[in-house]
Write a protein that binds this ligand. Structure first.
Ligand code: C5J
Length: 224
């Protein structure tokens, strides 16, 4: 077992039973003209975590952890998009509409793709999801169980929406989750900080949190 110096106490995991879960690092959330920008957000703060996310994925691949990318995107007919989700925000250009990055949040469109710096590699798993939480209406739980994965190292965007929803869903399904907090970001920095505190409060009621440096140190020590 590897032990990461985390809050509220050390997070232990066996690399053979652990996945890095990278949430929604898509052009629609990180680039101008995507869904996040159409919602009125300044997307620039999200780009700051990209190098850390690249390092986390490289560490995972090097140390034999599974790598799973989630992608929030709908089928072209929007059959998997609840009308309430499409209506939310009263956007002139919203989900399914033609925007600067193609049809907004639709699978196969440029905006739904992962950013160039974080493209999946051979052997990685991609889970397309219609909701905020990655377990809702996806095969993620089966994928993890079939691979014997019990621990998740979680990063991605946005901290208080899809990352937090997924952490809570995973926690309720019995997975131990470490939020690698400098590999996650929000359009609202204070929401990011609040989520980190929520996760670790009350004895780690939803999980653990640690910086990438602590994960890196633990993995490298295990190989020393
Ligand atoms: C949002 C996400 N914010 N990936 N999606 O709509 O957090």
């Amino acid at each position: 077992m590897i032990s990461v110096n985390a809050r509220p106490y050390p997070f232990s995991f066996d690399p053979a039973h652990t996945a890095v879960l990278m949430i929604d690092m898509q052009r629609d959330f990180l680039e101008p003209g995507g869904f996040g920008a159409l919602l009125g957000n300044d997307v620039r703060p999200l780009a700051r975590i990209v190098p850390a996310c690249q390092t986390l994925l490289a560490l995972a691949r090097h140390h034999g952890l599974a790598v799973i990318h989630t992608q929030e995107a709908h089928d072209p007919l929007l059959a998997d998009c609840p009308p309430a989700k499409k209506a939310r925000g009263r956007l002139a250009c919203g989900i399914g509409d033609a925007g600067p990055l193609g049809r907004v949040l639709v699978a196969g469109e440029p905006g739904a793709d992962f950013i160039p710096a974080l493209q999946p590699e051979p052997g990685d798993i991609v889970v397309r999801k219609p909701g905020k939480g990655a377990f809702h209406a996806t095969a993620l739980d089966n994928i993890l169980r079939h691979r014997g994965i019990r621990h998740l190292l979680v990063g991605g965007v946005t901290t208080e929406v899809c990352v937090q929803s997924t952490l809570r869903e995973a926690n309720d399904r019995g997975y131990d989750c470490l939020l690698v907090h400098d590999c996650a970001a929000s359009y609202f920095p204070h929401f990011h900080e609040a989520v980190v505190e929520m996760v670790v409060a009350q004895g780690g009621i939803v999980g653990w949190a640690a910086p990438l440096s602590a994960v890196q140190a633990a993995l490298e020590e295990s190989h020393a």
